[in-house]
Design a protein around this ligand. Structure first.
Ligand code: HEC
Length: 547
C-alpha cells in the first residue's frame, strides 16, 4: 500500500500535478431565480480574435469548469445554451496564466421561446399526425423548421412555396440559393403536397398572430450527458457548408463544401484552414460536393453532385484528378454524390452512385473505363432500390446500398451482379449513410426510425438501437474500435454515443444550432473524439466525452 502511495506522489510531481497549479482556467456556477442551480447549461468561451470556441456543461450543482489546458490566457466572451433563458450581467472573463478565473452566471427567463426551439422541439410542439410530421423531414436540408412555422402562407401559398423549394439544389441555404439546372426537379409533387400544405397552413401563422399550441422544449442534459468538452472551429467564411468531415491517417481534418467548389483541410490543433479549388466540369450546373472519402493511401475523394464527376486529391502533389460521367450517360439530373473507395487498393476500382435512376457504376482506375451495374431491383417488390449511401467491403467485391426509399440494406456482388436484400426490423426505416467496420459489419443510421442499425453479413442479422430523443432522424453512423457507435442529427442539435455492449446511449447537446450530416470518430484514444460539420453554421465541431 505504502509503495503505491509513494509511487503515486512521485508520478504526480513528475507530471507537475502535485504542485499548487490551477486545475481549471475558468469556472463558476450557473443559477436562475426560477431554478436555482442549473444543470445541463452549455457554457461557451471564445477568446477575443480567436476562431475557436470551447464549451463545457454545468453539473448537478450548476457548476462548470474549463480545464486549464483548454483556455490560453486572454479575454473571453461567454455565451450559453439553456432553452428559455438568457445571460444577464457581464458576459466576459479574463483568464490569466496559471490562475483560475471565476465567473458565476445569472440567467433570466425569456418571455419568448420560439427563437430557441430546435427542429425536434417544433416537431414535439406542433399538432399533427406522425405521417404529416414525417413529411417535414424533407424540409431540414436548407433551413430550419422555424422558417416554416413563422410563415404566413395559406394552403395555396404553401403549395407554391413547396414547389419553389423543389427548384433548389440540396446544398442551398436561403443566403446562398442555387437553382437546379435544366428541367430537372428534385422533389416532384407526387400528389402528397396538397394535404400537407393544408395542414401546415393550420400550424403556421397564416390564421393567427401566435401559435395555438404550447411551445415545448426538451429537458436539458443531465448526468453523463454533461461530461463533455466541445471545441468549435470557425471556417474562414460563414457560408462554407462542411457536409462531410473526415480525418486522414496523419490527423488532418478534411471537409467537403456542399455549396462551393473547394476541398477544405483543417489543422486539428490550430484550426488553420486551407481551401483547394476544384475544377468545374459542368458549367451552369450547381456547385458543391457531398461524400468525402479517404482511401488507404490517404488520397481524398469527393462526389461532385451535379457536376457529375468524382475527384481524387493527391496530398503529395496537391493536385486533383477528375473523372466525369461518360458523355453518353450524362443527363440533366446526373448526380454523383456518393462513392466508395474503402477497398480500392485491392483492385483499383471505385464504386459510384448516379442518383438519376439510382444507377450503380464502377470505375476502373487502370483503364479509366466505367462499368454500369444498372439500377438494382428489390426482387420481392420489383421496386428500384433507392440507394443513398454506398459502402464497399474490404476486398471490394461487395458494396452495400442503403435503401433510402424503404428499409433495406442491399448487398451487390460486383462479379455475379447478384443482390441480397436484408430488411431492417423497423419498417420504412430509410437507412441513409454509414460505414463498414474492420470486422466487415455495416453500421448505418435509420433516418425515419430514430435508430442506429448494424448488419452482420456473416449471420445476415440486423440489430437496431433506438436513439432516445424522438425525431433524432439520424443521418449517419460510425463504429469506433472502443465499442461505441456514434450518430448525429439534423433535427435535435444532439449527437449520440451508443455503448454497443450495454446498449446505453449517451446524448450530448451541442453549444448552438448544428445541422449535422456525416459523423467521424477519431478512435486513436479511448473513448475517442467525434468530428462533425455544422452544415449551416460554417464551422467544424469536435466532441470529447469525458467518461
Ligand atoms: C433545397 C433547399 C430547400 C429545401 C429542401 C426546402 N427549402 Fe424552404 N427555402 C429554401 C430557400 C432557398 C428559401 C428562401 C428563398 C425562397 O423563399 O424561395 C426557403 C424559404 C422557405 C419559406 C419562407 C419563404 C416563404 O415563401 O414564406 C418557407 C415557408 C419554406 N421555405 C418552406 C419549406 C418547406 C415546407 C420545405 C419542405 C417541403 C422546404 N421549405 C424545404 C430552400 C429550401
Amino acid at each position: 500500500m505504502r509503495i503505491t502511495a509513494i509511487l503515486l506522489v512521485g508520478l504526480l510531481s513528475v507530471f507537475g500535478l502535485g504542485e499548487a497549479r490551477a486545475q481549471s482556467a475558468l469556472s463558476g456556477q450557473v443559477t436562475s431565480t426560477e431554478e436555482g442551480a442549473m444543470e445541463g447549461v452549455v457554457v461557451s468561451a471564445k477568446r477575443d480574435g480567436s476562431t475557436i470556441t470551447v464549451s463545457v456543461v454545468t453539473d448537478a450543482k450548476g457548476r462548470y469548469a474549463f480545464p486549464a489546458a483548454r483556455l490560453e490566457p486572454g479575454k473571453y466572451s461567454l455565451r450559453l445554451r439553456a432553452a428559455g433563458y438568457q445571460l444577464s450581467g457581464p458576459s466576459t472573463a479574463e483568464v490569466a496564466a496559471g490562475q483560475e478565473a471565476k465567473a458565476d452566471l445569472k440567467l433570466t427567463k425569456l418571455r419568448s421561446l420560439s427563437a430557441h426551439l430546435t427542429n425536434a422541439e417544433w416537431m414535439h410542439s406542433m399538432p399533427g399526425t406522425e405521417t404529416q410530421k414525417k413529411f417535414l423531414l424533407n424540409c431540414l436540408g436548407c433551413h430550419t423548421l422555424e422558417r416554416i412555422m413563422k410563415s404566413s402562407h395559406d394552403a395555396d401559398g404553401m403549395i407554391d412555396a413547396i414547389n419553389r423549394m423543389a427548384t433548389y439544389y440540396p446544398g442551398t441555404t436561403p443566403l446562398r440559393p442555387q437553382r437546379l439546372a435544366g428541367n430537372f426537379q428534385r422533389m416532384r409533387d407526387r400528389g402528397n403536397v396538397k394535404p400537407i400544405a393544408e395542414w401546415l397552413a393550420t400550424v403556421n401563422l397564416s390564421q393567427q398572430d401566435t401559435w395555438q399550441f404550447p411551445l415545448k422544449t426538451l429537458p436539458r442534459p443531465v448526468g453523463r450527458s454533461t461530461r463533455v468538452i466541445f471545441t468549435e472551429y470557425d471556417l474562414p467564411e460563414a457560408h462554407i457548408q462542411p457536409h462531410d468531415v473526415v480525418m486522414d491517417s496523419k490527423g488532418n481534418v478534411w471537409y467537403s463544401d456542399f455549396g462551393q467548389m473547394f476541398l477544405g483541410k483543417m489543422d486539428a490543433t490550430t484550426g488553420k484552414v486551407t481551401q483547394y479549388p476544384i475544377p468545374v466540369t459542368k458549367p451552369g450546373w450547381p456547385l458543391g460536393s457531398l461524400d468525402l472519402e479517404i482511401d488507404r493511401d490517404d488520397n481524398v475523394w469527393l462526389g461532385m453532385m451535379y457536376q457529375a464527376s468524382i475527384v481524387r486529391f493527391d496530398q503529395k502533389t496537391e493536385t486533383f484528378r477528375v473523372w466525369s460521367i461518360p458523355k453518353e450517360w450524362d443527363s440533366e439530373g446526373a448526380q454523383f454524390g456518393h462513392l466508395a473507395v474503402q477497398g480500392t487498393h485491392v483492385d483499383g476500382k471505385v464504386w459510384v452512385k448516379n442518383s438519376d435512376g439510382t444507377k450503380i457504376y464502377r470505375l476502373d482506375l487502370a483503364t479509366d473505363k466505367w462499368e454500369d451495374l444498372g439500377a438494382p431491383m428489390d426482387p420481392r417488390t420489383k421496386r428500384r432500390i433507392g440507394t443513398y449511401g454506398i459502402h464497399s467491403d474490404s476486398v471490394n467485391n461487395d458494396a452495400y446500398l442503403l435503401d433510402f426509399a424503404a428499409g433495406n440494406i442491399v448487398k451487390i456482388d460486383a462479379k455475379t451482379k447478384l443482390t441480397t436484400v436484408y430488411l431492417t426490423p423497423s419498417p420504412n426505416s430509410t437507412p441513409r449513410r454509414g460505414r463498414v467496420d474492420a470486422e466487415g459489419r455495416v453500421w448505418f443510421a435509420e433516418y425515419r426510425a430514430d435508430r442506429i442499425g448494424m448488419l452482420d453479413p456473416k449471420s445476415g442479422q440486423i440489430t437496431e438501437w433506438k436513439v432516445p430523443t424522438e425525431w433524432s432522424a439520424p443521418y449517419d453512423a460510425m463504429f469506433s474500435r472502443h465499442g461505441h457507435a456514434w450518430t448525429g442529427s439534423m433535427v435535435t442539435d444532439r449527437v449520440a454515443q451508443l455503448d454497443v455492449e450495454t446498449g446505453q446511449v449517451t446524448e450530448y447537446t451541442l453549444p448552438r444550432p448544428t445541422n449535422i450530416r456525416r459523423v467521424y470518430v477519431d478512435d486513436r484514444s479511448n473513448p475517442g473524439h467525434l468530428w462533425i460539420g455544422s452544415n449551416h453554421g460554417g464551422s467544424i465541431v469536435k466532441v470529447e466525452p469525458l467518461d
